[in-house]
Design a protein. Structure first.
Length: 72
């Protein structure tokens, strides 16, 4: 794995929210989940879990049409 950022969850965090926060795109959850097999595939996380966020080589293009309605 290349460079990673350690992120500590807050109660209610979700995979898509973490992807949006770090990548600017809520759809980039696959890499996050692959880098964190120790975390549950839960609907929402509890407070204080460590998430390893892989640093992307290139910035993703943000396409509003591809984002979930609540993120537009």
């Amino acid at each position: 794995m290349s460079a990673v950022i350690r992120y500590t969850t807050r109660a209610g965090d979700r995979w898509d929210l973490i992807a949006h926060k770090h990548y600017g795109n809520a759809l980039l959850t696959d890499g996050l989940m692959a880098a964190n097999p120790h975390l549950p595939l839960a609907e929402a996380f509890s407070d204080g879990l460590t998430v390893f966020v892989p640093v992307l080589e290139t910035q993703p293009k943000n396409n509003q049409e591809d984002m979930p309605p609540w993120m537009r």
